[in-house]
Design a protein. Structure first.
Length: 250
């Protein structure tokens, strides 16, 4: 077992490697690039421009020209609905892509009594920053998918607010070679926190092509669903038009 594998096995509560690379954002998500920065909306049946971007980055990763860490926010899993889960996942993914990153993480592990002491969230944030600020490394791409899935509870700060503060800290730090991509529904708090950081913004939410793709998808479902087979043409058109309108570009 290599040093990286041993580190992950020895400290399972700190790290989470269950994420896999996405090839398209979920329905109604917006994709926000912090390069700084490009923002554009995306719907799952739109031409896969975001998919091409992710595939290009992954090709760079496989060639050793970049590091890539992806985290999917999932409210159904405890480890994927708080900042700690995000930090742990990204740390372990990055440590698998660089011996230098692995060395930093190994020291972090030893500094917490070889895993017998749980690090604080602030310690995890600093460890991530230590990795990202290490000179001489390939560009790093951090992808946070479905940010709106984080709970926006009454707690102060809420799990979503904690992640937003983390993203803002990373982006405003202007770490060389760091690129951040966030996909999310355009929730008000998310837009307020992140939109101001964008140097370039392109939205497809209200574009005719976006609406037409949604219309085509709904039409396809209505016309192929066995339960709707006997509906009249008029009823089908009514349903298609109403659902397209209420989709509101999402």
């Amino acid at each position: 077992m290599g040093s990286r594998e041993a580190l992950v096995v020895a400290y399972p509560l700190l790290f989470d490697e269950t994420d896999s690379l996405p090839f398209v954002a979920g329905a109604g998500k917006s994709i926000l690039w912090y390069d700084s920065l490009l923002i554009f909306s995306h719907w799952e049946l739109m031409p896969l421009s975001s998919s091409s971007v992710i595939q290009d980055i992954d090709a760079m990763r496989k060639s050793g020209l970049a590091s890539l860490a992806f985290f999917y926010c999932d409210f159904r899993e405890d480890q994927k609905r708080d900042r700690r889960g995000l930090l742990s996942s990204m740390l372990v993914q990055l440590c698998h892509q660089s011996d230098s990153y692995c060395d930093i993480l190994s020291k972090f592990y030893l500094g917490h009594a070889s895993g017998s002491q749980n690090p604080s969230d602030n310690a995890l944030v600093q460890c991530l920053r230590d990795l990202l600020e290490l000179p001489g490394q390939a560009p790093v791409y951090l992808v946070v998918d479905a940010l709106d899935e984080y709970p926006d509870t009454s707690a102060i700060p809420s799990p979503r607010e904690k992640v937003l503060m983390l993203l803002e800290e990373l982006i405003t730090s202007q770490i060389p070679n760091l690129h951040v991509c966030v996909t999310s529904r355009p929730e008000t708090d998310i837009k307020l926190a992140l939109d101001a950081l964008a140097s370039c913004s392109v939205s497809l939410h209200d574009e005719s092509g976006q609406i037409q793709d949604i219309h085509n998808y709904i039409r396809s479902v209505v016309n192929t669903d066995p339960k709707m087979k006997w509906w009249t043409v008029e009823d089908k058109e009514l349903v298609i038009n109403i659902l397209t309108k209420r989709a509101d570009g999402m």
